[in-house]
Design a protein around this ligand. Sequence first.
Ligand SMILES: Cc1ncc(COP(=O)(O)O)c(C=O)c1O
Length: 427
Amino acid sequence: MSQLINQAQQYTPGGVHSPVRACTGMGVAPLFLTHATGPYVVDHQGQQYVDYICGFGPTILGHGHPAISKAVTQQAQQGLVYGISDVKAPILSQYICEAFPSVEQVRLMNSGTEACMTAVRLARAATQRPKVIKFEGTYHGHHDAFLVSAGSGAMNTVSTSGVTVGATQDTVLLPFNDIVAVEQAFKTDPKAFAAIMIEPIAGNMGMILPKTGYLKALRQLCDQYGVMLIFDEVMTGFRVAYGGASVHYDIRPDLVVLGKVIGGGLPIGAVAGPRAILSLLAPIGPVYQAGTFSANPMSLSAGIATFQQLQVQGVYEGLTSYANALCEGLVKCSAACDVPLQCVSLGGMLGLFFSEQPVECLTDAQASNLDQFKLFYRTMREQGVLWPPSPYEAFFIGTQHDDETLRKTLEAARYAFKACSISEGVH
Ligand SMILES: Cc1ncc(COP(=O)(O)O)c(C=O)c1O
């Protein structure tokens, strides 16, 4: 093991500052990077990889985009954090509000976790009800109330360890994509639910699309029972479409939670919705929320530079066409090796499962061939292509992925699927 990894493990639990980076379950050492450019990242031994992690979503314009670099460099010379509102805060807020038909106001904060936590607090204050529906395998940050069957890195842990029963007693866990389960819960306890919290496209148990009509049916049930529909678009926001899944599927959630892309690669989170609900927040309303680094000048400058680029014609068409080509290529390569594969994509987000059946919920995801994913991950990495090191993560594409990265990826994939088919033969 390298000296760097020893040093990391000596001073940090697991050697990492966020669990998925440890590559647990992939049977390989964690990576440490020195830098990243465009669609590539480079590790401390000088090995370059085509990057499909993209910071776990934020770097939709690739690494080191000139417009973002210029904006943050300029800002760094003018102050990093003021603790007083920056003139750029209303500009980023306006970009967000104008992207969603249902959004009039936004409160910026520092992470998706904070934003999800605040959205639920708002929903409880607005409805004066306690319970929140969360779906199996979704991830809404590491706030106590959501660490119940949580996805992403929490999938490998007893996610409620260290969390009191009290903190999760109002979280009601249901399967994703099962409208009857939601209807049943509402019928059983019609006045108990403040909100449904959902990733409209699940991205933290692998990528799973909502079934046709599912999100609309949730909207109708929420209207019928006076429950707030919260779309956690921390991952999907401005990634699957300008706006996000709510715009793509034409659904008006009561609150939208954002993060990742809107900060252009710097820390950010946001809760967005109608003025009537956002006005419940302090200093106008009784719901408290605050942050030293909220709407800090650095994140604002990176975020605004990103929005300016995202509004350029053809950005999402470009992401979609790359994702489609990658998906088709992967399916073709896997079929040639007799390896069953499900691959879905939307905008700059993509997911694959080693499964014969389409994957619609956590149970399906867990039934996919995890050993094959592991072998695929390792072989691709050896060939210089980096996926997230877990079958329970989505893959991300940026505007700087190009014909050359596609060619390299599919060349590596042919080799990796072959390795998967040989290993299946041996078993
Ligand atoms: C859907 C979703 N919600 C919330 C979060 C938490 O965001 P953060 O890591 O910025 O706290 C994530 C992080 O990956 C996410 O994917």
